[in-house]
Write a protein that binds this ligand. Structure first.
Ligand SMILES: [Zn+2]
Ligand SMILES: [Zn+2]
Length: 391
């Protein structure tokens, strides 16, 4: 904060201080100025810089304040008088690397970063499933998976997803189809000796896959009832989030109004109405609206006797802003449903990616080297920690 001898000298000083490239915002109030810097430096350096540019204005006092504290305590109304946007400079394209914006800076992402992401994801999934995660056996299985992936035709420019024989989409090091290790046996952990990991597209590595093996349910549940209950909870959750949104669009306001009117007894956004809607939509869709496979609605009584049936029918809203209601839903199989959801998530995660990098055999070689290095390090670490425990 800079205090000048008069409001006029403060205005002059502001113009001069704004010539310093490190200054991004200046606010004024009476004879005071507050200056925000792009990069913080020590007070003496700041004062020196300010004094070096301020010529005909008189600075009485300067003190450094934290913007957050100052905003909390200050009662003065400050007016923004000089402001500039600082953009991160784009870095040049580098073959085999993805340029991405992170915390306002452009950075390169290559194989090593992708491997860290894959390994972190496995750790996280293991925690969620309450599975054991041990670095060495997991990396061993991962290395085997990479070796198996390398067996693909090296003259093919792309390395392809083989989640199912007919898939074949090219994998990306960075892009819409990043590599993701898939358990062949969901019940076993990633490092289990009997586990086989397959590297497939993250988009196809979903909870319910076309290769999932159905399991008997101990207690059959009604398809209509569970789906209606899910639609009800999903809508409620969406509307709670929307209601908390600070800057609502006109569309948001309209959605909330409609929900408040229709979620009461007799309305079309209730559990009872969803059940009727499901029965009606079921009569129209005997096949998936996306992949046209024959849908599974349970047994003759509409009871789901098995889990992990990828053909199980699932209501799908046609647009993200729609409610589950007549004319705005269709039926899809669970495999399609999960793929779509996963796609949304991926879009968000990768939205800053400047470059799509197709996965090549050269990358695969680097990936194997990366895992081998990690294994060596882990083995060396294990040796030394064992020694230190015994001594
Ligand atoms: Zn695939
Ligand atoms: Zn489908």
């Amino acid at each position: 904060m800079v205090t000048c001898s008069s409001p006029e000298t403060a205005q002059t000083a502001a113009v001069q201080i704004f010539t310093i490239p490190n200054v991004i915002d200046i606010w004024a109030s009476d004879n005071h100025l507050t200056v925000r810097l792009k990069v913080r430096s020590n007070q003496a350096a700041v004062i020196k810089a300010f004094k070096s540019v301020v010529t005909d204005a008189t600075i009485i006092e300067m003190k450094s304040v934290s913007l957050i504290d100052w905003r909390r305590t200050d009662k003065t109304s400050w007016q923004s008088i000089h402001s500039r946007k600082v953009l991160a400079t784009e870095i040049p394209h580098k073959e085999g690397f993805c340029r991405s914006l992170k915390d306002g800076r452009w950075v390169y992402y290559g194989v090593s970063n992708r491997m860290s992401q894959m390994i972190e994801a496995m750790k996280e999934h293991s925690k969620k499933r309450e599975h054991l995660y041990e670095t060495i056996p997991v990396l061993d299985n991962l290395l085997d998976a990479l070796k198996r992936l390398s067996l693909q035709d090296p003259t093919d420019m792309a390395v392809r997803c083989f989640c199912r024989p007919e898939c074949g989409v090219p994998l990306d090091l960075y892009g819409a189809h990043p590599p993701s290790p898939d358990h062949t046996d969901d019940a076993l952990n990633y490092g289990d000796g009997d586990q086989t990991l397959n590297i497939i597209s993250a988009q196809h590595n979903t909870q319910i896959k076309r290769t999932s093996v159905p399991e008997e349910r101990t207690e059959p549940i009604s398809w209509v009832n569970t789906k209606a209950a899910t639609m009800n909870t999903n809508t409620k959750r969406r509307m709670t989030v929307l209601a908390k949104k600070v800057e609502k669009t006109l569309e948001d306001v309209a959605l909330l109004d409609r929900y408040n009117k229709e979620s009461v007894e007799g309305g079309v956004l209730t559990y009872t109405a969803y059940k009727m809607l499901l029965v009606q939509t079921k009569s129209v869709y005997s096949n998936c609206g996306e992949c046209h496979t024959k849908l599974y609605y349970g047994d003759a009584n509409g009871m789901l006797t098995q889990t992990k049936v990828w053909q199980q029918a699932s209501p799908d809203r046609l647009t993200r802003s729609a409610f589950y209601e007549e004319g705005s839903i269709r039926m899809v199989c669970q495999a399609c449903q999960f793929t779509d959801h996963h796609q949304d998530r991926l879009d968000r995660e990768e939205e800053h990616s400047g470059d799509v990098v197709t996965l090549t055999h050269a990358h695969l070689k680097e990936m194997k080297e990366n895992v081998t290095e990690r294994l060596e390090k882990a083995r060396a670490g294990q040796g030394s920690s064992k020694r230190s425990r015994t001594t």
